[in-house]
Design a protein around this ligand. Structure first.
Ligand code: FES
Length: 191
């Protein structure tokens, strides 16, 4: 197993004010840390539960975890940024995943990702996205027979027409994957 980074140095940044976080969430974080009896070796499990609470790991929550587990903030931040399962940015309102597994890749998954990056003005696997949309890659969704596939806000979109650029553009537009689209334009958004 790859070891997470350890850091003996003191925190490099001051703790953000706790007032930024909802009081209820702060209290729940304290409770869940107590459930682990404040054990520093429970750090990954604690971070996982804190992320479930907020949807990501806000700086103030990392500072609280460090304080209550009596760990350097640099160590907590280092672990949170080392593992891909942890998210340090607030999730965008809408998310799209493009499959780059073998079956989807040979059917144009890479070109599809590039096309969406261009349309939305964002970068693949940048959690901040364009502020409204984020695009991530996945490695096989078990729908290889329908390749290439996308997942748009949790919904599988099969058989993107990579051999017909106009049809592809129409399909992506219908899914709300359009530059400047806001939540109201996106599928399931407010009207
Ligand atoms: S490779 Fe894309 S669904 Fe399997």
């Amino acid at each position: 197993m790859i070891a997470p980074p350890s850091a003996q140095s003191p925190p490099s940044a001051p703790s953000p004010p706790q007032a930024e976080l909802p009081a209820q969430a702060v209290e729940r974080t304290t409770r869940l840390i107590r459930q682990h009896r404040g054990r520093a070796d429970a750090l990954i499990e604690v971070l996982h539960q804190v992320q479930e609470l907020y949807g990501y790991l806000p700086p103030g929550a990392l500072a609280q975890v460090a304080r209550e587990l009596k760990l350097p903030l640099s160590r907590v931040h280092g672990v949170a940024s080392f593992y891909h399962l942890f998210r340090l940015e607030a999730p965008t309102a809408h998310r799209c995943a493009v499959c780059l597994g073998t079956a989807c890749f040979v059917k144009g998954g890479g070109e599809l990702a590039a096309r969406i990056e261009q349309r939305l003005g964002l970068r693949l696997d940048d959690a901040a996205g364009n502020g409204t949309w984020a695009l991530e890659h996945v490695s096989c969704l078990g729908a290889c027979g329908q390749a290439p596939v996308l997942v748009v806000d949790g919904r599988l979109e099969p058989r993107l027409p990579m051999d017909d650029p106009e049809a592809l553009d129409r399909r992506l537009s219908a899914l709300g994957l359009t530059a400047g689209a806001d939540a109201a334009d996106a599928p399931g958004g407010a009207s």
